[in-house]
Design a protein around this ligand. Sequence first.
Ligand SMILES: [Zn+2]
Length: 404
Amino acid sequence: MKIPITWLLLFSAPNCFAQSNPVNYPVSKTKATQIVAAVLKTSPVIDGHNDLFIKYMDCKSCPRDLKDYRIDSMNKGHTDIPKLRKGGAGAVLMNVFGNDSSLLSYHKAWDLLYRMEQAYQRDIKIAGSAAEMRTAMKEGRIAFLPILEGAVRLKDDPALLRTYYKLGLRSVTFAYKTNGLADGSDDSAKHNGISAIGRDMIKEMNRLGVLIDMSHISAKAMNDILDVTQSPVIFSHSNVKALCNVNRNVPDDVLIRLKQNRGIIMLTFVPYFVKNEHTLWLDAGDTVYYKAKAEYPGQKEKVDSIMEKWEGENEEPVVTVADMANHFDYVKKLIGVDYIGMAGDFDGIQFTIRGLENAGTYPNLLTELARRGWTVAELKKITSENFLRVFEDVEKKAALLREN
Ligand SMILES: [Zn+2]
């Protein structure tokens, strides 16, 4: 995700609140660490959403090339090979995007992806199927599954979906903001859910075996897609609305339908979507920022000083691993463990959860869940097995649809 605010980049006041949700742990830390090691040995983490491409396409000195931002050694971002290795990652749903909306920049992004695989071939493998993901992970490589966040690039045309499928595209977020297919979660409704073209696109995605990603769309659009799709769907990076009341999160009734659909929600490490206190804080800062900008147009220094003062008086609420784990417990209790995965949203976020700061930290969450009593079998489901099952089901359905 990208938060449409720039003041966040200006200041980052460290703070030191105590852990907010004390939990009575039935399992010791030592035992939990052993459980997590057993899980990651056979079922590495599949991360539902990664924005590494921001570092090449959407930063101050961007666009830039592979050599200008290396991932084979520790870099300053959230994602590199050493961190992914440390975090026990086996695969990443990699958001491939260009530095503007042109076809040329999008094609350059695909070119970058393939050159990235070539440059780091001992560590990275682009995967086009669940079987290829399994093979890459068995060989000790990290599978990159190419995805598109925001179907606007498809220009409402299934021909482009088919073309990008041939390039390797395997998952599409139906709408990042309201587009020709569906309403976004925070825009005013244009289609009251999904459009007629959206319905056609779902059919074509089902037929090809492209995952339908329902993160970022309105609740009505989620329900509309669940009415139409013949295959399981995914939320590549979303949380529970009952625990954190933002439109980007998923309401309980949709979670119950997700179980019927046999899809997956990959719960995401975004503080703004984890805890209401953080959401309110960020929204309040946003209001102050835009008011200051309107009052002092073109006076960046004045606006910066107002924001600095505000941040000094309004410390960022800490969001902890325990807060994140609460979303996992909630979904497990509501619909069971078979429909849950994990998503860092790394390099796409300005703020991080304490303890889940980068792609090297997945074990911290797994350890928290193990301490709460999650078993090896349950944790294996949320690291790899649930996602692979969904992807395989989507592929099987596609094969059937193509036969008829
Ligand atoms: Zn996103």
